[in-house]
Each structure stands twice: as C-alpha cells, then as structure tokens.
Ligand binder design. Structure first.
Ligand code: ATP
Ligand code: MG
Ligand code: FE
Length: 344
C-alpha cells in the first residue's frame, strides 16, 4: 500500500509517503521557525495560519517526490491507499489544520483515514534508521512539550514509567537559550555553545535525581541557570556562555541517564531508544552509548534528521494501523492531549 501522512502539531508542516515495505518515498518538512523566532517561541495563532498557507504545497511536493521515486509521471490522492494524520497531542489550532485537510482529502478520494498520536510517531522514528527496531524496549521521549520514559511492551502497547512534573527538557533548553539571548529554538544553539565549554564549571541542581522513581522536574534547573546569569551580570562579571551551556547540559543528562538506567533495570527490556527533538543532542547520545554498553542493552536512536517533528514517523505508525484495519471516522478531532496508554 501507499500511505500519505500529515503532521502539523507544532511549527512544522510536514507530509510523507510510505510504501508497504516501510520505505519513505518522500518526506517533506516546511519549518515555520523564521516566523516564530523573533517572538522567542512558537506563537499558536501564527502556527495555525502558516499551516493553512503551507499544507497544499507541502502535500503537492510530497506527491511529486514520491512519483519521481516510483518512476511515475504523476501521483494523485486516488493512487494512495490511505491517509494518516497526527490528531494529538499538540497545539489544537495547529493540529486541526492537518486533521481537517486529511479528512477532506480522505473523503474526497474515498480512502481510509488513520489518526496518529504524535508521541507514538516519535517512537516509530527509531525505525527510520533501524528498520528491524522492535519492542520490547524502553523509550525516552524528550521533546519541546514532553519528557517521559515509556515501556514499549509491543507496538501500540505502552506504559508510561514516569514523566516530568513541570517543564519538558526541550522547553528548558529553549528557556536557557532565551535567558542567554541565543534565540529560538534553544537546543541546537545551547548544544553548540556547550561543546566548547566545561561541563563541571558550574554545579547546577540535579532535581529528582534521588527521588527513587522515574519522574522528572526541570523548572528548578531553569530557574537556577537564570539566577546564576542574573547574579553574574549584577556582579559585573562577563558570562562564560560555553561553560553555562555545558554545565546545564550535564545537569540535564545526568538525571536522564540515571532514570533511564532505572527504567532498563525495572523492565528488563533488551533495547533502549530515543524520540523527540532533544534526542538530537550529542551529549545525551554519547551518554546513552556509554550506559547501553555498560548494561549490554541495544541502543537505537533516530537519525538526526528524524529527531524533530516530521511526517515520515507519522506515516510509519499509520502504515501499521492501516494493516491492522484500525481506521478513524470523519468525526476524528484534533486534541491537545491524548493518553498514550489508552491509544488502542
Ligand atoms: P512534542 O513532541 O512534545 O509535541 P515538539 O514537537 O514541539 O514537542 P520537537 O519538535 O520534537 O518538540 O522538539 C523540539 C525541541 O527539541 C525544542 O525544544 C528544541 O530546543 C529541542 N532540540 C532540538 N535540537 C536539540 C539539541 N541538539 N539539543 C537539545 N535540544 C534540542
Ligand atoms: Mg518544532
Ligand atoms: Fe514533536
């Protein structure tokens, strides 16, 4: 089968086409970052409007690229076998654009519709670099809106082991970048600065490190970094931005690794994997390589290009659901939140 999937949960408008073997024939992402960066974060109303402007062009390009790959002159909606779309979680006004478009296209072309949970998409992104990746596994989801450890007992069978009680990891990167005047999104700039700094220079708090569970808390770390910056400025000292970034990253990574180890021990899972924008972080990736080697667990990570939001990962989920005949009706709606454990 050929499935086209759409992703519009935040600030990227994306579409991808997957074939029955799980090959991505096209994977188009239009980022809106330029329109949001001047505001230091994603502005929901702008995101919705930009999705509306971009979605037709992104889908046309997606069909064109796949046609080329297949050696066909043209590929149309009627050549597809199904339409997938992210329906939750995310910004409702952004999601609704993709959902309405997908429903309209599926109805007009008389194709089945599949709704996809965005976080499940981030898990499936591991298949992009490693087609043989399969549960049971522990996945660390670290993104702009979520931070959690999930036990993947099977495809579609998930148990949340622990999650953040306040901010997400990506959000903390974005806030630290904002405090340092490094712009949005913060992850890539903070990690580029951190690579030049000393991770032991400043002792930032490792919140919940010894809480004995798999929950996280990031807001205290963010406040500690902001307070440090303010104190240094007030004392007239010049900020050592690389040291601040490296020390912040070390505090984040220490806690992430400690809880990941706990999750692996508790579940006995033979595989560990990552998902979400922060999974592109080189310090985090290196730390997990060390941990998984020590624990003799297989480590799977999405390719850097598939860590952030994309529709390829959504198409891979949609293909599985399509095969299982788990279709969604036209009453399918965008939702800000969705419970991963109750998805099926
Ligand atoms: P969610 O997936 O929870 O709905 P989202 O889709 O907005 O949230 P993603 O697009 O998956 O989040 O990830 C974006 C986040 O990843 C941003 O907060 C960004 O700063 C962060 N990020 C990107 N690259 C890096 C990096 N190299 N290091 C750390 N963080 C990064
Ligand atoms: Mg994004
Ligand atoms: Fe995401």
């Amino acid at each position: 089968p050929l499935i086209l999937a759409i992703e519009s949960s935040c600030d990227e408008t994306a579409a991808a086409i997957v074939d029955g073997k799980g090959n991505l024939l096209s994977d188009v992402v239009a980022s809106q970052i330029d329109f949001h960066s001047r505001f230091g974060g994603v502005v929901p109303e702008i995101a919705s409007r930009k999705h509306i402007e971009a979605i037709c062009g992104v889908c046309d390009e997606c069909l064109d690229v796949a046609a080329q790959r297949l050696g066909m002159e043209r590929l149309t909606w009627s050549d597809l076998d199904g339409v997938g779309v992210t329906y939750a979680p995310g910004l409702v006004g952004a999601l609704v654009v993709g959902v309405a478009f997908a429903k309209g296209a599926a109805w007009a072309a008389d194709k089945p519709l599949v709704g996809v949970n965005h976080l499940e998409g981030h898990m499936y992104a591991n298949k992009i670099g490693a087609p043989d990746f399969a549960p049971p596994a522990v996945v660390s989801l670290v993104s702009g809106g979520n931070t959690m450890l999930v036990h993947m007992r099977g495809w579609g069978d998930y148990r949340v082991l622990g999650a953040t009680i306040d901010d997400a990891v990506g959000e903390a990167f974005d806030k630290v970048a904002k405090a340092l005047g490094l712009g949005y999104p913060g992850g890539p700039v903070v990690s580029a600065q951190g690579a030049k700094g000393n991770p032991k220079a400043i002792e930032f708090p490792r919140a919940m490190m010894h809480s004995g569970d798999m929950r996280f808390s990031l807001s205290g770390l963010k406040t500690a970094v902001v307070t440090y910056i303010n104190n240094e400025r007030a004392a007239g000292r010049e900020l050592n931005v690389p040291d601040i970034c490296a020390s912040f990253e070390a505090a984040v990574v220490d806690v992430q690794v400690k809880k990941a180890e706990m999750a692996l021990r508790e579940t006995g899972a033979p595989t560990f994997c990552l998902g979400g924008g922060v999974a592109a972080n080189p310090v985090l990736r290196a730390a997990y390589e060390k941990l998984c080697k020590k624990m003799q667990v297989r480590l799977v990570m999405p390719p850097l290009s598939a860590c952030g939001d994309n529709a390829g990962m959504i198409a891979l989920v949609a293909l599985d659901r399509f095969r299982q005949g788990k279709f969604y009706g036209l009453e399918t709606d965008a939702q800000a939140h969705a419970d991963l454990e109750q998805e099926y």
